[in-house]
Design a protein around this ligand. Structure first.
Ligand SMILES: C[S@@+](CC[C@H](N)C(=O)[O-])C[C@H]1O[C@@H](n2cnc3c(N)ncnc32)[C@H](O)[C@@H]1O
Length: 271
């Protein structure tokens, strides 16, 4: 079997599992190729790739929400019920569940620093776009992406109906999508990205086409333990941007460490 065919076969094997079939094939292929460098047998490669994918995607889901069913149910949700419905969904992802008690404060602080926003780019969005009702800039065009297809399907139907925009599948290890925006959100994203490939966080930041970038980090584990993550991530962020002429402001909102980056030189016109 040629090397290419072996990679394609392994990608198909990984994606044959119900929990992996909606993951961007580019990411699966990237991870398969990396595992093969260790000259592992096929079963070990499939297991290792699935474990890594789970660690950066499925592990954040709370329970096993049926995202496809939620997407199908959305058109039947009455406008007066939409916010309550979205709050229920936000509880089904660890990042938004933790942010919920501080949601208004979180977006108020960001809005106060960002100026006029006509387009938001939410990178590795999880279920965060369903919190649009709490964003003072929520009327802006909303583009969102994530590596997990079912999640994207749900986000897509909701953003289209709540002010406009779209969601799409993307593997951000390769860098940011080419869309211009006033505000890019990279919330709780850099640690999983760096886990997938060393250097991916820096590559992503450098490729984002936005005037303001909000980067955040969790300060507790998914299980709720505080194990020095705040200072570790603070140092990691400082190292990431040390040589860049960017201005960044640090905030701590609830359990989330937030950096608001302003890049004066990136004021290019929107396409
Ligand atoms: C910790 S969650 C953060 C979700 C959201 N940004 C928030 O803070 O509410 C990480 C998200 O990154 C997504 N993700 C992981 N690896 C990715 C990749 N290579 N490309 C795009 N998204 C990825 C996961 O599917 C998951 O939704």
């Amino acid at each position: 079997m040629s090397a290419e065919l072996r990679v394609a076969t392994l990608v198909a094997q990984v994606r044959a599992g119900a929990r992996y079939r909606d993951i961007a094939p580019e990411l699966v292929q990237r991870l398969v190729q990396r595992e093969l460098r260790h000259a592992r047998d096929d079963t070990t490669v499939v297991k290792a790739v699935r474990r890594q994918i789970h660690q950066v995607t499925g592990a954040f889901m709370v329970g096993t929400p049926n995202l496809a069913a939620a997407a199908a149910a959305w058109p039947g949700v009455a406008p007066s019920e939409r916010q309550a419905w979205c709050i229920q969904r936000l509880r089904e992802h660890a990042s938004t569940r933790e942010r919920l008690p501080h949601l208004d404060e979180f977006y108020r602080q960001i809005a106060a620093r960002v100026g006029v926003v006509t387009r938001v780019l939410d990178l590795a969005c999880g279920l965060n776009p369903l919190a649009r009702y709490a964003m003072p800039f929520g009327a802006a065009d909303y583009l969102a992406c994530d590596v997990a297809g079912q999640l994207v399907q749900l986000v897509d139907v909701v953003v289209r109906d709540t002010g406009g925009g779209a969601a799409f599948v993307a593997d951000l290890v390769a860098g940011a999508p080419p869309h211009h925006a006033d505000l890019a959100l990279a919330l709780n994203l850099l640690p999983p990205l760096e886990h997938l490939e060393r250097g991916a966080a820096r590559r992503l930041l450098m490729s984002i086409q936005a005037r303001t970038i909000v980067v955040s980090y969790p300060t507790r584990t998914i299980g709720g333990r505080s194990v020095g993550m705040c200072s570790a991530y603070e140092q990691s962020f400082a190292a990431l941007v040390a040589d860049l002429p960017w201005h960044s402001e640090r905030l701590l909102i609830g359990d989330e460490l937030v950096f608001i980056i302003t890049r004066p030189s990136s004021r290019s016109p929107m396409p």
